[in-house]
Design a protein around this ligand. Sequence first.
Ligand SMILES: Cc1cc2nc3c(=O)[nH]c(=O)nc-3n(C[C@H](O)[C@H](O)[C@H](O)COP(=O)(O)OP(=O)(O)OC[C@H]3O[C@@H](n4cnc5c(N)ncnc54)[C@H](O)[C@@H]3O)c2cc1C
Length: 376
Amino acid sequence: MKRETRIAIIGAGLGGATAAALLQREGFRARVYEQARSFERIGAGIHVSANVMKVLRHMDADHRLSQIGIHPDVFTSRKWDTGEVLFELPLGNIGEQKYGASYITVHRYDLHAAILEKIQPGTIEFGRRLTNAEFDGTVVHLRFGDGSVVDADVVIGADGVNSKVREAVVGPSASRFTGAVAHRAMYPSTLLGGMKVRNCTKWWGPSSHILIYYIEQSREEIYLVTSAKGDWHSQASWEFCSREELASAFEGFHPEVRKVIETAPEVTKWPILDIEPIDTWSKGRLVLLGDACHAMMPYMASGAAMAIEDAALLARCLLRSDDYTNAFALYQTSRMPRVTKVHRISAENTFLRSPTDPTWVFGYDATSVPLGLQQQ
Ligand SMILES: Cc1cc2nc3c(=O)[nH]c(=O)nc-3n(C[C@H](O)[C@H](O)[C@H](O)COP(=O)(O)OP(=O)(O)OC[C@H]3O[C@@H](n4cnc5c(N)ncnc54)[C@H](O)[C@@H]3O)c2cc1C
C-alpha cells in the first residue's frame, strides 16, 4: 500500500501503539488518536510471553524491558487449599531456547512505555475521543468528542473492548459483563515480613483463582490479580474494593495466599468484559485489532499478546498488499484461527493447570509467520 496513505489509529493502548510504531517504521503516515489525556501508572502487572517478546525485539523495544522485568524460572500452578504443585512449566533459559525469546512479568505501564517510545514524537493526539466514523465514498471522516473532525484513508480501530470503530464495522455491539471480577493489588514486598513467594504462581480454586508474581527483578513489589464471581453495576472501568471483600472471596485458600491478600494496603476491582465473537474484522476502509474485535477472558494472560500480534500481522499485510481491501482480507485470514483458539481456551480456564505444551502459543512469531491460513 502507498506510504502516503493517511492511516488513523484509534486508541494508543498496547495494540494501537504497536501498530503505530511498526507502520511508522515501514515509512507509513500513521497518526494516533487517544481518548485519555495521559497514561497513569496504575497498579497492574502483565505477562509478556515469548510470542510478544519477539514482536518487541523486532521493534527494538525488548532490551530495557528485559532488564526491568523479572524472568521467572518456572510458571507454577498450585492447588488453592493444599498448595500441591499441579504443574510447573520451565521458563528462564529453557523457555527461551524452546520458544525463541524470554518470558517476563513486568509492570503494565513499563510495557506500554517501551512501545510508546517507538512512536514518532508528536504523532499521538491525546484527549481525542472518537464518537463517529463516516465514509463519504472517498475518505473517512472521524468525529471526536471535542468537536474536531479528521479525514483518513484507512482507520485502524484499536479502541478496546468498548470500541466505537467496531460499531461502524458491525453495528451496535456492547461489551458484556462476564459475571467475574478481577481484584488487583500491588505493594512493597517488604510488607510480607520476609515471607518467600515464588516468582510466578497461579493458585487454582474451585470457582476462582489468584495469580501472584513479581514485576521487577528487584522483587521490591509484589502483585496479585484474581478472578472471582461478582456483580458489576457501575459505568466505571474499575473501583476501589475493601481488603475484607477480597479476603472473603478467597476464604479457605492456602495460608501463603491469605497472607498476600491480608497484607495488601489497597485493592482495586475490575469487571471482566468480553464481546460476542464477530466474524468480520473490517468494513471498507475500517479494520479492527485487539480487544476491539476479540476481547476475551484474561485466563491465558494473552489478550494483550493477541492485540500486539494482530498489530504486527496487520502492518505486514498493509506493507505487502497493493490496497487495503486485500490487506484486510489477508490479515483476517492469517489471524482468525489463532485468535479463535486462544479465545476458546481462555474461556475454558484450563491453560497450564496440568501438564501442557504451550509451544503453539509462545513459539509463534508474528514477525515472520507465513501470511494466510495456518494450521493451529
Ligand atoms: C485482570 C486482567 C489481567 C490481564 N492480564 C493480561 C496479561 O497478563 N497478558 C496479556 O497479554 N493480557 C492481559 N490482559 C488483557 C489485556 O489487558 C487486553 O487484552 C489488552 O489491553 C487489549 O489491548 P488493546 O490495545 O486491544 O486495548 P486497550 O489496551 O484496552 O487499549 C484501547 C485504547 O483505546 C482508547 N480508546 C477507547 N475508546 C476510544 C475512543 N472512542 N477514542 C479514542 N481512544 C479510545 C483507550 O483509552 C485505550 O487507551 C488482562 C486483562 C485483565 C482484565
